[in-house]
Ligand binder design. Structure first.
Ligand code: GDP
Ligand code: MN
Length: 348
């Protein structure tokens, strides 16, 4: 629905904001946020953090996507805060609805059952559309087609340290495709057959599996079963062309047809994570230790006091989740033979 798209091309000084101070080229990159109008006062907090700690120096664009029309207040307030250009897109109905192959009665029954079991968002239709959209569609929105790189930002997040380099350029220069700051175990009840669907995909599309993959991050028995580890996708810096590739799209399409976005409650985090672990080479996945981050209820606070002081961090290191037994980040370090940061034992 291109008619409802709205682009705000203003220079920072048009808005009373200082010009970007960081010298050098910019990458073909944008922030992207999926939100409702009612998320306004939580997304503006996130924008302030991102601008203060990073983007005021770089002035990257920001794309906002919504299944409804953004109202004028949402556009006005967010445009005033973002130092780059802001763009507002409405999601086409075909990308936010039940596919015709989904049995509505079966889906409704599942929502009832999950409600009784008190599974978080288990009875929600909109949450399922959201997870499916983030899994298979946001990178194909017409506003996103202009870009090669994205940084996902959700309402209510915090950034705790100054980021004094271009994280997008880091991805480009180091040939990274996907990145994370927090990893953890998925709630099993939401994804009982996701691994079966994944195995069905790998059987039919062996050509999409990377040689030097991260199977050991997601499976403890060489792919027989899923260990439920995933990268937390409310933060992501990633490559849009990878998500738009045949490999990723074949995976999404086969999961979509398996029906688990509606017959279970598959999240986009395990979907992106399994895809990255299987279809990218190990060295294409990056852990941004230096991006200190909070999304309720977990914190990534960089290990090591010297770093924190130098980057004016304001997170409590005791709240760092990395070395907690519910985090999968240790596995990532071990799998990639990366030495754990000095002093990590003290922060466990
Ligand atoms: P949680 O982090 O898993 O608890 O889920 P959130 O409530 O943060 O939702 C994830 C993202 O999707 C956030 O960016 C929300 O603003 C957005 N979101 C969730 N539901 C909807 C919806 O129904 N419509 C729109 N437009 N955005 C949504
Ligand atoms: Mn969230």
């Amino acid at each position: 629905d291109v008619s409802s798209e709205h682009n705000n091309a203003q220079t920072p000084s048009d808005k009373g904001l200082p010009q970007a101070v960081a010298p050098g080229e910019r990458m073909n990159a944008t922030f992207v946020t999926l939100a409702r109008n009612s998320d306004l006062w939580d997304i503006v907090k996130s924008i302030r953090h991102v601008e203060d700690r990073f983007n005021r120096k770089y002035n990257y664009d920001w794309v906002f996507l919504n299944d409804d029309d953004f109202n004028d207040e949402f556009k006005k307030v967010t445009t005033a805060l973002v130092s780059g250009n802001t763009k507002y897109g409405k999601i086409p109905t075909e990308h936010w609805s039940f596919p015709d192959f989904i049995d509505q009665d079966r889906a409704a029954k599942v929502r009832e059952e999950m409600k009784e079991k008190k599974i978080i968002y288990g009875d929600s239709i909109s949450y399922r559309h959201m997870c499916r959209y983030e899994s298979g569609f946001f990178f194909r929105h017409s506003l996103m087609l202009d870009y090669e790189w994205y940084w996902r930002v959700e309402p209510g997040i915090e950034l705790y340290c100054d980021i004094n380099y271009d994280a997008f350029k880091y991805m480009v220069d180091n040939k990274k495709k996907y990145s994370f700051v927090i990893s953890l175990y998925e709630y099993v009840e939401t994804i009982p057959t996701l691994w079966d669907a994944t195995k069905n995909f790998t059987k039919h599309f062996p050509q999409h599996i990377a040689k030097d993959n991260s199977m050991r991050f997601i499976s403890d028995d060489d792919g027989e079963t899923y260990n439920h580890c995933h990268f937390w996708s409310n933060f992501e810096i990633g490559n849009l062309n990878w998500l738009r590739s045949d490999a990723y799209m074949d995976y999404f399409t086969s999961l979509d047809h398996a029906g688990g976005f509606f017959y279970e409650r598959w999240g986009d985090a395990p979907v992106h994570s399994i895809a990255a672990a299987l279809m990218l080479n190990k060295d294409e996945i990056h852990f941004f230790n230096d991006i200190a981050y909070y999304h309720v209820p977990f914190t990534h606070c960089p290990t090591g006091e010297a770093y924190r002081l130098e980057h004016k961090c304001h997170c409590n290191p005791k709240e760092n989740f990395d070395w907690n037994s519910y985090s999968c980040t240790s596995r990532y370090f071990e799998l990639n033979n990366i030495p754990k940061p000095q002093g990590y034992e003290k922060e466990q």
